[in-house]
Design a protein around this ligand. Sequence first.
Ligand code: 9MR
Length: 356
Amino acid sequence: MHRRQFVLGALGAGLTAGSAPAFAQAGPKECTRAAIPFGAAIRVDLLRDDQEYRRAVLGHCQLVVGEGGLKWFDLRPEADKFVFDQPDRLLAFADANGMRMRGHTLAWYAAMPKWTEAISTKKEAERVLYEHIDTVVGRYKGRIPSWDVVNEAVSEDPTAETPMRKSIWQDLIGTQHVELAFRRTAAVDPKAQLVLNDFGFENPTDRCRAKRAAFLRLVRNLKDRGVPLHAIGLQGHLPGEQEIDKDGISRLVAELHGMGLSILVTELDVIDDKLPRDRAIRDEIVASRARAFLQAIGDVCRPEAVVTWGITDQFTWVPIWFRRKDGDPNRPLPLDANYRPKPLMRAIQEFTRAKA
Ligand code: 9MR
């Protein structure tokens, strides 16, 4: 048997790799009971250089998103130069294997190239943002069906006076940059699903409560103004040591669903720097956090996709910021460093499979 079929068969996934998901623009009338597409953030060089990695992606994923590649500092090393090599290769891989690729991201505070620091007026910021959206979304029109148009626009610690995060866009254009980015993207690719993506919603803390409230205010305002916003990306970088606020998440999803928005889980992983060293115990806690988070969403309306931010513990952003003090490698993802499925993978499979 082909390894890919074997992996899928063994894990009993509801969807085969290669059955490409569609992305909704209008909000779901009914919440789906069908199998939910699973995907992961990809480092495209590894697809070429690491056969085990490639097989894992082929075996498990129905959709992919570049962990980098479409970020400004990758795409635009200089003001007048676009480098499409990484996203072109990832899209070719997705197309060749019947997967869908999501686009991440068009307007973000981070991963900006140095030259953008010289942008100093609202007019110039708008011009450069529009040029970016026209060029990038235009290039992939009809081929990248879902975009994280704006990423992490709301502050990590929002107050009534300062709900938005500092960024080149916020500083020069103001909160209106969100609306401008969505409208421009819709004008370039009217069929694409346009997503507002953010994190930090899921714990029973004042900070998360404030984040949910500020996020909802922004979304409501966008919807009231008729902005073409179709879905919300809940990233799901879950702090392993904290409980999931199931009511808080369910209420957030109910409000968003009530506004006709679809939900996607876009960057799931569990940050394990403060969890016990024992790997078996740690893996169970990681899985249980993800299960609680997914369940809190699914109890209201099952998400359109579940995407983890990487597929194997061997390649993850987590140690950049959350390296463990005891030196043991982080274990935030569904497959361990040797590509063996962990309890997190089983939790995701149970959640994503079709409901009777
Ligand atoms: O995992 C990504 C890492 O490789 C990049 O260096 C970093 C900066 O571009 O971004 C990381 O991905 C982030 C994502 O784009 C947005 N949400 C938080 C992710 C983890 O930091």
